[in-house]
Design a binder for this molecule. Structure first.
Ligand SMILES: [Zn+2]
Length: 210
């Protein structure tokens, strides 16, 4: 029976949630977490990011599902469903500029009592993960853990922004991050692809006809 589905979970409760009670009474909760509340996430945000302390929203829902016991009877077992959505700034590994990465987590956990039980739990169902429950469960840690796992292995723009040629230092190529320094370090010995463009430009759009 759902008694108190809308009962709010206070920020303090979030780090000491009775996850068994949450599951058994089918509670739901939702909230927002700032990146600054998740130190390991914050460490991933580049210093150059326009905004470091972005917000993730989360929803949690407890439930029970009957499971066959060793003695042949069905007994309700605790589950948690967790969804987290939001964006954070990461450093693009291709163009070395910060970009905003959207992250989505949607996970279902079977709550078990001990680490041993978690290790033994048959993971024949890819959709369900296993967590060790507690009467003082740290939901913030779980959310942070899931977000860290959802980070791309190689963070990068889907399509890196093109740097307009007029913004490039003379002789530069297309991948400059912040202008001068990096370009200056490169000895550009290969033919400059922009030289061709410059030539066309200097003779005007109808260059061919001159
Ligand atoms: Zn990029």
């Amino acid at each position: 029976m759902t008694q108190n589905p809308g009962k709010p979970v206070s920020p303090a409760d979030l780090r000491a949630l009775d996850i068994y009670e949450f599951a058994e009474s089918g509670r739901q909760a939702a909230g927002a977490l700032r990146v600054s509340q998740m130190p390991r996430m914050l460490a991933e945000v580049p210093a150059e990011a326009p905004e470091r302390d972005t917000v993730f929203t989360w929803q949690g829902e407890g439930s029970t599902q009957p499971e066959l016991q060793d003695d042949g009877t069905d007994a309700p077992q605790p589950y948690l469903r967790l969804a987290v959505h939001g964006s954070m700034w990461l450093m693009c590994q291709r163009c070395l500029q910060p970009y905003s990465q959207h992250l989505d987590v949607d996970a279902t956990y079977r709550i078990v009592a001990t680490e041993e039980e978690a290790d033994e739990y048959p993971l024949d169902d890819d959709e369900v993960e296993v967590i060790v429950g507690s009467r003082q469960f740290n939901l913030v840690d779980l959310i942070e853990e899931e977000l860290l796992l959802s980070l791309p292995l190689v963070p990068k723009h889907n399509v890196c922004p093109e740097v307009h040629e007029s913004l490039l230092p003379a002789g530069g190529e297309g991948e400059a991050a912040e202008g001068g320094e990096q370009e200056a370090e490169q000895d550009v010995v290969k033919p400059n692809p922009f030289a061709v463009l410059e030539k066309l430009k200097s003779s005007g759009p109808d260059g061919k006809k001159h």
